[in-house]
Design a protein around this ligand. Structure first.
Ligand code: SF4
Length: 353
């Protein structure tokens, strides 16, 4: 089978496992091959070369297999920002594209879907609807690709897509990255708008249920407002969990896993940066095990939202701090390359990059 044909057949990790087994790989052989791929290592690397251990059929197939795996996410363009971040646009085997972001200090933000069904009003990806799921191997391939450019020791699942809508693929990728991928579990950060199935599966992991994988990721929750009606308007197809139910479920996972929740709050001028919201969020997050990230909106042409002033955002952060809410005011990485979530993909589609 040629490398491109093989690429199309290996978009998920179960398919890759099956392929390796058919080539005679036992668990240890499989781990060695996955390690070469996920760490972007050459075949002859390591104290004892991987080739010393592999069964003959697997050894013969290895160069083509590694080519095929590299074909799962191919760099189409790279857009460095001034803050040490860089946005990457990757081509998938069927011509679709996804964005990843190299973050300062070894972080990487990956995409889990092409498009997204949640349809957040302030997000470019949300305007497309869901085009297709990104396979578990395609998620891992974004990490392997980034490691060809620089070391990666933290992966956040906050790029295009809602991970809870592609949960099997996302959790499979997390299990691989948290094992042979060598990324600490608390450095695998799964982001969600909130979904009961996701909370149930994460809690099952904490409780060590046999049908779940071993890796317990940290969790980021897109909260954005304390007002249920406003949240339904901003995140039209997110599950109808009230902000209180959402925070209760997230807090239960934080306490069970030992990892604080990162509550995400995209600040939209005049929408969710009001004094009423300040009071309400202070009340909602009081005593919770988590940190609130205030992220001033990165304005997108054609969308009706604006970025609040930095002074207003800083005032909110200070006020919440004084009320005992651990709050961080964050820049959205890569904003200076005009690459808010989904913008690179949209620009390429109209031939502007
Ligand atoms: Fe989907 Fe995230 Fe965009 Fe919302 S912000 S539409 S969940 S990609």
């Amino acid at each position: 089978m040629s490398a491109p044909t093989l690429t199309a057949a290996l978009t998920t990790l179960p398919a890759l496992t099956q392929h390796l087994s058919a080539l005679g790989a036992q668990t240890l052989h499989r781990q060695r091959v996955l390690r070469l791929w996920t760490h972007a290592l050459p075949i002859g690397s390591g104290r004892r070369k991987v080739v010393d251990f592999l069964p003959a059929p697997l050894l013969a197939a290895l160069p083509t297999l590694l080519d095929a795996l590299q074909g799962l996410a191919v760099l189409r363009s790279q857009h460095p920002g001034e803050d040490g971040s860089a946005r990457l646009l990757s081509g998938l085997h069927d011509g679709q594209t996804v964005e990843s972001v190299l973050l300062p200090r070894g972080g990487l933000c990956v995409s889990t879907q092409v498009g997204c069904a949640v349809g957040c009003r302030f997000c470019m990806t949300g305007t497309e609807g869901l085009i297709r799921q990104v396979g578990s191997a395609e998620i891992v391939a974004q990490v392997a690709l980034a490691r060809q450019l620089r070391p990666v020791n933290k992966v956040v699942f906050m790029g295009m897509g809602e991970p809870a809508h592609n949960l099997d693929n996302v959790l499979d990728a997390i299990d691989l990255l948290g094992s042979v991928g060598n990324i600490g579990h608390k450095n695998l950060v799964l982001s969600t708008v909130g979904d009961e199935r996701l909370f149930a599966r994460l809690m099952a992991r904490v409780q060590g249920e046999a049908h779940e994988g071993p890796v317990k990721p940290a969790l980021a929750v897109s909260l954005h407002t304390t007002d249920a009606a406003l949240r339904a308007e901003l995140l039209p197809r997110a599950p109808r969990l009230s902000p209180l139910a959402l925070v209760d479920a997230a807090d239960a996972y934080a306490r069970a896993s030992g990892y604080p929740i990162q509550y995400q709050w995209t600040l939209l001028a005049g929408v969710n940066d009001t004094d009423e919201e300040l009071d309400a969020v202070a009340q909602l997050l009081h005593g919770r095990y988590g940190v609130l990230n205030l992220i001033p909106y990165n304005a997108v042409p054609g969308m009706p939202y604006e970025r609040p002033s930095w002074e207003r955002a800083a005032h909110m952060a200070r006020t919440l701090h004084r009320q005992g809410i651990l709050t961080k005011l964050r820049h959205s990485a890569g904003q200076d390359v005009e690459g808010g979530c989904g913008q690179l993909r949209a620009r390429e589609a109209v031939g502007k990059i």
